[in-house]
Design a protein around this ligand. Structure first.
Ligand SMILES: N[C@@H](CCC(=O)N[C@@H](CS)C(=O)NCC(=O)O)C(=O)O
Length: 245
């Protein structure tokens, strides 16, 4: 069976990693049977999560994993026109290469309260002494990434202003549709759900979260997809092995 390696579940959401949540949501939307193995990025082939094992085949990066899932199992985008595919790709880049960094800033840098919540969620799986070293190491590493991307060079107000522009665009694009590309879920929804729940549906407080929560269509979209695709998620945040309906 296909194995998805991702961070441990927490916060009552599928995953605190946007990219892991995106990948797992694609698996569920496409009705692909899989099992989950919690791990840390340290042990991943490219040093980042998620990655999968499908038989003898190991593959890292949500984009390559989803390309593989589309080819081998089910392509959720098969009915999209070339123009729709172009829109879908552009929106995914907005979510994954831009909005992502404002949320990373909120977790790893913005306030100490957020950092403590983030630290506990990610590193409590490790033994006490290792936990603190790993947290310090990863905090430095991620802050360097935020700076390298360019986001970390701005003031908090500027960072959230840029993130709010993404939220406005996503809310306008979704409008009153059930899913981003119409009445059926596509690959863009797997990404949008993964990134939106990690912006408005997790215990990381910021003006960006408040802004996203003020958009009724985005709030309802996230709640609806969570109920529809993650009904097995326990209040503890744990979920049993998943088999498609
Ligand atoms: N482009 C990758 C991004 C994956 C990614 O950034 N994963 C984060 C978790 S959200 C990670 O493992 N970060 C660890 C690190 O950068 O050291 C994908 O689509 O899978």
């Amino acid at each position: 069976m296909l194995i998805l390696y991702q961070l441990e579940r927490t916060w009552g959401i599928p995953n605190l990693s946007h990219f892991c949540c995106k990948t797992e949501t694609y698996l569920r939307m496409a009705d692909i049977k899989y099992t989950v193995r919690p791990t840390l990025p340290l042990f991943a082939p490219k040093g980042k999560l998620p990655y999968i094992e499908d038989g003898d085949f190991k593959l890292a990066d949500s984009r390559f994993i989803i390309r593989h899932l589309k080819t081998k199992y089910h392509d959720l985008d098969q009915e999209l026109s070339p123009t729709e595919l172009a829109h879908s790709l552009a929106m995914q880049r907005l979510l994954e290469e831009h909005l992502f960094w404002a949320t990373m800033y909120s977790r790893w840098q913005y306030t100490d309260a957020n950092w403590q919540v983030n630290k506990k969620a990610i590193f409590s799986v490790l033994p006490p002494i290792v936990r603190d070293f790993a947290a310090i190491f990863y905090r430095r590493r991620i802050q360097r990434q935020i700076l390298g991307h360019g986001t970390g060079r701005h003031s908090p107000e500027e960072i959230f202003e840029l993130g709010m522009q993404d939220i406005d665009a996503l809310s306008a694009y979704l409008g009153d549709k059930s899913y981003f590309m119409g009445d059926k879920p596509t690959g863009l929804d797997a990404s949008a759900f993964g990134f939106l729940i990690n912006t408005l549906g997790c215990p990381i407080e910021s003006p960006l979260k408040e802004h996203a929560l003020s958009k009724a269509n985005l709030r309802n979209y996230v709640n609806r997809i969570k109920l529809e695709y993650y009904a097995d998620l326990q209040p503890s945040g744990k979920a049993a092995e998943y088999t498609p309906k």
